[in-house]
Ligand binder design. Sequence first.
Ligand SMILES: [Zn+2]
Length: 286
Amino acid sequence: MFMRDLRQRFYFAHSPVRGEIVQLTQTLNDIFNKHDYPLAIKRLLGELLTASVLLTATLKLEGRLSLQARGNGALKMMMAECNHHHEIRGIAQLDEQAIFAHDASLKSCLGEGILVITLEPEHGQRYQGVVSLEGETISQCLESYFSQSEQLPTRLWLASDATHAAGLLLQALPQNQDDEDEDRWPRVVQLTQTLKPEELLELSTDEVLYRLYHEESVTLPNAEQVTFACTCSRENTANALVSIGQAECDDIVAEQGDIRLNCQFCHTEYVFTARDVSQLFQRQVH
Ligand SMILES: [Zn+2]
């Protein structure tokens, strides 16, 4: 048995090429457990979650990164979020009546739409990038985002079978003048193209890297564990109620006796009694 929820960085010696490999099993189980998603949706959301970990890993970011795909198809929205502690969460919203073929493509599920990439640093400016969902796959959409926004050359491979998800990312940092091996980037990309989705899913990260790059000199720092964690809290939920306003909250209390809010990600229920609600707004006044 090997660790199955991890993020492993790798470097090619004396070269500006770096990579990340991610495998998810238990975290997917934790995330899917709370929902009754069709297989195709688990597969796509698994890829999106993997991509969120890969992209977070490329950034020097203290905060969180989210990927949100929205479209006019039966899959209305799916969202994956990762923070610098490698904690992830994700969600999909779909037409309850719709039937998705097991191997349904991104396009057939989402239809026409966009992929929004949001970076929320703990300190500093929020950043948002948008790319249209024109690619056949999530990795193609993200690759076109990287090329359109003139960022570092980046390639991504994603695979998911609804129980496991895995991904590999390669990025070329700016070239030094004294780089001895200019062909490394195209060569490494070409090697990685030979990787089959089932290999990415079934082999350990070490086996994948050996299978691809055994003729290159690869350095591996320690791997990082990826976990499922939700950032919801009673305090944030209370703030949401305050922003709805007292009149609206009083109406709900009058009608239902209390206010019950469920976190969409982890299904935690936050209950606010009539007394809680009145305290919430008293606090606001002072
Ligand atoms: Zn939650």
